[in-house]
Design a protein around this ligand. Structure first.
Ligand code: SAH
Length: 290
């Protein structure tokens, strides 16, 4: 156990104020390139749903949209090949591989980009944000599955995701967790994620419009917290809302290295953290966008 595990650390945790990491993986280009809004392809306008509309209604609206056809993307084989590539690149957790093979990523990207849906690349989703590349989603969830609570129960349990974006990662998480609470601060993205997720009927996912820097207190504590946006430090709310045995995986700014993936475990005695590879996520921002 490290010193930092015995002493309750001050929050928010900043990497440069924390004790030396347990282990540091070599630099690996695991990040999602941050796409500037200028490079983003225009999104096809889709009807936005009011948040209070029930999921069944969202499913009906979504069913009226024409899904991409003729590209073979609706075939499980395309996803299986993507999952096999992830395995070849070092992904080991079979449950994560199966979840990546199951979720139709092409349903979450804009029609103009759909042929790239199963390439290992991040893609623009509007509002200057991106869907993370599959290898990064898989890697972060694999790290999350290494938490004590998850190892004991073979499930992610109750998960908080900060940064719903288009909802793709929430859909992957839903296959590995009991419940997923996914928070998004940009209202149009939150609304669109509801629409995109509806056909999947992931009844264990709740999408929340809010500032994820505050966590989501109503359903805390969480067994797992995963962030798809990176800040200068881990917000105090996340460590406060983490259950004992739980794990956080998040990108955090680390001085000269830029952003790195940070893992924080909550034990009965305190917090332990480890630092992993360099990544490149969109910034974690406070407040709401309507
Ligand atoms: N997991 C997403 C990736 C989305 S990109 C996917 O699969 O598509 C990161 C998202 O984090 C963006 O949509 C951005 O708006 C959101 N974000 C940034 N700061 C946030 C905050 N404080 N609370 C909630 N969402 C936030």
């Amino acid at each position: 156990m490290s010193d930092s595990a015995r002493r309750p650390p001050k929050f928010p945790l900043r990497l440069d104020q924390m004790a030396a990491p347990r282990k540091t993986a070599p630099k690996a280009p695991h990040g999602s390139p941050v796409l500037k809004p200028a490079t983003a392809a225009p999104l096809t306008p889709r009807p936005l749903l009011r948040p209070q509309l029930p999921l069944q209604h969202a499913a009906a609206v979504s069913a009226r949209r024409t899904p991409p056809t003729g590209l073979g993307l609706d075939s499980a084989g395309v996803r299986q090949r993507m999952a096999e590539r992830l395995r070849a690149e070092g992904l080991r957790n079979e449950a994560v591989i199966a979840a990546m093979a199951a979720v139709p990523r092409h349903l979450f990207v804009d029609a103009a980009l759909v042929t790239q849906a199963y390439e290992d690349t991040s893609l623009p989703i509007g509002h200057g944000q991106t869907i993370s590349k599959p290898s990064v989603v898989a890697r972060m969830i694999e790290l999350l599955m290494g938490g004590a609570a998850c190892k004991a129960s073979a499930s992610l349990g109750r998960v908080l995701e900060v940064g719903t974006g288009c909802g793709y990662q929430a859909a992957v998480l839903s296959r590995l967790a009991r419940q997923v609470f996914s928070v998004e601060r940009v209202k149009p993205l939150h609304d669109k994620a509801r629409e995109l997720m509806a056909p999947l009927r992931a009844t264990n996912v709740r999408l929340v419009y809010g500032d994820g820097m505050l966590g989501h207190p109503p359903n805390a504590p969480y067994d797992a917290i995963i962030a798809a946006a990176g800040g200068e430090a881990l917000p105090a709310a996340w460590t406060e809302q983490l259950a004992v045995g739980g794990r956080i995986v998040a990108p955090v700014h680390d001085g000269s290295r830029g952003q790195v993936l940070v893992v924080v475990d909550r034990t009965e005695h305190g917090f332990e953290r480890s630092i992993h590879e360099v990544v490149q996520f969109v910034p974690l921002k406070s407040g709401l966008v309507r």
